[in-house]
Design a protein around this ligand. Structure first.
Ligand SMILES: [Fe+2]
Length: 197
């Protein structure tokens, strides 16, 4: 049976006019000209370079377990992603470090390059060690802990660029009631405001 969603907001009393320049027309040739973006080049990120960058971050106090990662950027891809549909990062967790509980609309696959620890994914717990691969489905609460005596290196891939494309990327810390939409708001011109009936 389909679940019905409750409407939880009321009709606004003040509206903003549609900007006439927001919509346009194009003929067949114009459409075809812009419909397909250029192909992207293959790229290579060397293990030694990734590790050197992470080692440098280890000595910089501005990074903690949540933020100490290298993002592999495909220079031809949009949204700072690795390829147009995937975002790859390599995280370094020091012994005792964690990536705190949170959730987001994109799903993830993790590959533990080295180290030992565990992750929770909703009501599930995954104990991992070097060489293991596990997944975290879209919109699941998750956290990651390094419980070993050595650094843990985790390679992750997310389908975040797809959510970015649809303007549906969200992020919610585990201790917050607010699920934040990550996209920049539309600028609403105040001058065009008018009152609805
Ligand atoms: Fe996450």
């Amino acid at each position: 049976m389909t679940q019905k969603l409750k409407r939880n907001s009321t009709t606004p009393t003040e509206f903003v006019e549609i900007d006439p320049s927001a919509g346009g027309f194009q003929n067949h040739h114009e459409y075809m000209d812009g419909a397909f973006p250029p192909s992207v080049r293959p790229a290579l990120w060397r293990n030694r370079d990734v590790r050197a960058a992470l080692e440098e971050m280890k000595n910089d106090d501005q990074w903690d377990g949540n933020t100490r990662y290298i993002s592999l950027k495909g220079m031809d891809s949009d949204y700072n992603s690795t390829i147009p549909t995937m975002w790859v990062t390599v995280h370094l967790l020091k012994p005792g470090d964690c990536i705190e509980m949170h959730r987001h609309t994109p799903g993830s696959v993790y590959h533990v390059m080295e180290g030992t620890g565990y992750s929770t994914i909703n009501e599930y717990r995954v104990d991992w060690e070097g060489g293991d691969t596990f997944s975290c489905p879209s919109h699941s609460y998750h956290e990651h802990w390094n419980t070993g005596d050595t650094d843990a290196l985790m390679w992750t891939v997310q389908d975040l660029p797809i959510y970015s494309y649809f303007r549906m990327a969200t992020f919610q810390p585990g201790d917050s009631e607010i699920e934040a939409v990550l996209h920049k708001p539309i600028v609403k011109p105040e001058a065009n405001k008018f009152s609805g009936a």
